[in-house]
Design a protein around this ligand. Structure first.
Ligand SMILES: Nc1nc2c(c(=O)[nH]1)N[C@H]1C(S)=C(S)[C@@H](COP(=O)(O)OP(=O)(O)OC[C@H]3O[C@@H](n4cnc5c(N)ncnc54)[C@H](O)[C@@H]3O)O[C@H]1N2
Ligand code: MOO
Length: 401
């Protein structure tokens, strides 16, 4: 299918890129049955109805004494000679009301004098007062879940009460990651001179797990078109989507786009924002392939923007935007030729959130330690010192000090 944006000249902004991804990804329809404990965070694929009625007998709503409302028909009776187990009994919260009783008096209205004689301070106002009728919490057949709902801990609790032990959920999208580059060696081993540690797949796999996808990390592929093609074919056969990492730019060993053009349709050759500008988006048949540039900082941002959105769309969910925080920028910033996603360090001073940009010159280690927010600037946006910016938080607001 012809796409007007399928051109070398089209370099999408973040919003445009998200739209292209949305247009090209269909929600996964395959489902599987998982145990209730394993269903946390999964997307429910069925309507679920309670099999239990709870309470299954009328139950006490409070700690108190169970009584017969008929005894209070003419106002407060003389309770001085009432005996436990006859006119009243001790009835605790959530416990079934004993046969022959119908009403509960809260314990705070009950007292006993020195001789042990019962005194009730207030006449119950109606029969059944402080009694939960059967089915008050849950009815048989009551709707507990609808398709598309993400399972949270409270849902698991409700399912358990409803007698549900297994849930039909959509399969996790499987995202294959192909690291490429002659200079890369696997993480955890020695790093020979001139080599670099393959770390992007570690980060990407962790992101994917966090978002509810299943990572499939392939071994490092050397910069050779036939090997990249073979790796892509194998990855596509085993996944819903592929991330082809690095080899995206203009170097003599950057073959990925050529291979993708041979195998499918390249819809986006390059982004209209940095860092991570050399990201691409292709369709091979009905499967998306996301090209992510090699340098880890850009790889982090573009994976977080676009692979996250793709996973959300595979799961039939909206793309989730991070929480925003207004902070006063402590420097002049902006005026870029293309859109740019800056990393910010926000701190709290005199009760005011203040932000400084994390300079690109800072080492990767220090900058990851330092950055707690991002700022997406459109081309030409300029800020002067003191301007309020709407930052996208990478940590909960409460963590900022
Ligand atoms: N002549 C030009 N050179 C470059 C341009 C350009 O426009 N013209 N763009 C620069 C920009 S911007 C980016 S981004 C990079 C894109 O690089 P590639 O995606 O082609 O990646 P490589 O060249 O293979 O590697 C770059 C860098 O990243 C490291 N890397 C790669 N994969 C991993 C991994 N899995 N884990 C950790 N680190 C990885 C790699 O070792 C290199 O250090 O191109 C610029 N150049
Ligand atoms: O756009 Mo490249 O990603 O500078 O880092």
């Amino acid at each position: 299918m012809y796409r007007p944006y399928q051109s070398h000249d089209f370099t999408p902004t973040r919003e445009q890129m998200i739209r292209i991804i949305r247009e090209n990804i269909s929600p996964i329809s395959k489902t599987e049955i998982v145990s209730l404990a394993d269903s946390l965070g999964r997307i429910c694929a069925q309507e679920v109805h309670s099999q239990n009625r709870l309470p299954n007998r009328p139950a006490s709503q409070l700690d108190g004494i169970g009584v017969r409302f008929a005894d209070f028909q003419n106002g407060m009776p003389d309770t001085a000679r009432w005996k436990e187990g006859e006119e009243y009994y001790f009835s605790n919260t959530g416990v079934a009301i004993r046969d022959g009783y119908d009403t509960v008096v809260v314990i705070e209205k009950v007292s006993f004098d020195a001789e042990g004689r019962l005194r009730i301070a207030q006449v119950p106002s109606a029969p059944g007062e402080h009694v939960s009728p059967a089915g008050h919490f849950l009815e048989i057949g009551e709707l507990l879940a609808t398709p598309g709902m993400r399972m949270a801990p409270a849902h698991l609790g409700c399912f358990a009460s409803g007698g549900i032990t297994e849930v039909e959920v959509y399969k996790k999208p499987v995202v294959a990651i192909i690291p490429t580059g002659n200079e890369l060696v696997p993480a955890g081993g020695p790093v020979p001179a001139g080599k670099n540690v393959e770390s992007n797949s570690v980060m990407m796999a962790a992101f994917l797990r966090e978002w509810g996808a299943e990572p499939l990390v392939l071994s490092i592929i050397p910069d050779e078109p036939q090997l990249i093609r073979a790796a892509l074919e194998s990855a596509l056969a085993r996944s819903d989507m592929v991330i082809l990492n690095a080899g995206s730019s203009k170097g003599s060993m950057d073959y990925n786009i050529d291979v993708l053009e041979q195998m499918g349709r390249v819809l986006v050759y390059e982004l209209g924002h940095g860092p991570g500008k050399h990201a691409s988006f292709s369709m091979v048949g009905s499967q998306p392939v996301m090209g992510i540039a090699g340098p880890p900082v850009g790889a982090e941002i573009t994976t977080d923007f676009y692979v996250h959105a793709a996973v959300d769309f595979f799961l039939g969910q909206p793309d989730v935007v991070p929480p925003l925080l207004e902070a006063a920028l402590q420097e002049d910033f902006g005026g870029m030729r293309i859109d740019f996603c800056a990393r910010l360090h926000i701190y709290l001073e005199d009760g005011v959130y203040k932000a400084v940009t994390v300079p690109r010159s800072m080492s990767r280690g220090r900058s990851v330690l330092h950055a707690n927010a991002r700022l997406y600037l459109h081309a030409g946006d300029t800020y002067t010192k003191g301007d309020l910016v709407r930052a996208e938080l990478l940590v909960p607001k409460e963590y900022i000090r």
